[in-house]
Design a protein. Structure first.
Length: 109
């Protein structure tokens, strides 16, 4: 059996310690970069940002309720313009039909 010098034994122990430390660091890094962890962190960040935006929106509405109401009404009218135009056309058509019917009834009488 050969005995190694104390310096070699100390270097071997130091190398094993450094290897173990490196492997622990690699495992921690792998855990931090796993898809589940990244998705969880992204979701958490999005929730926090959404909460901040909602809080800012509520503050803005409290400061200027009339302006916000006007903006919401304008956006609603813009988004509903097609159905509103269809409704206006139908109402106009019905009004013309009733007027025409009345005139024909008056002529017959």
């Amino acid at each position: 059996m050969t005995t190694e010098p104390p310096q070699v034994a100390a270097a071997r122990i130091e190398a094993e310690r450094a290897r173990a430390q490196l492997m622990a660091s690699a495992q921690r890094l792998q855990a931090r970069l796993s898809p589940g962890t990244l998705a969880s962190n992204a979701w958490q960040g999005a929730k926090e940002k959404g909460a901040d935006l909602a809080e800012n929106a509520v503050d803005a509405v409290r400061k200027r309720p009339l302006a916000v109401t006007g903006v919401v009404a304008a956006v609603t009218l813009f988004l509903a313009r097609e159905p509103l135009m269809d409704l206006a056309g139908k109402l106009s058509h019905e009004a013309k039909a009733k007027k025409s019917k009345r005139k024909s009834t008056e002529k017959a009488a």
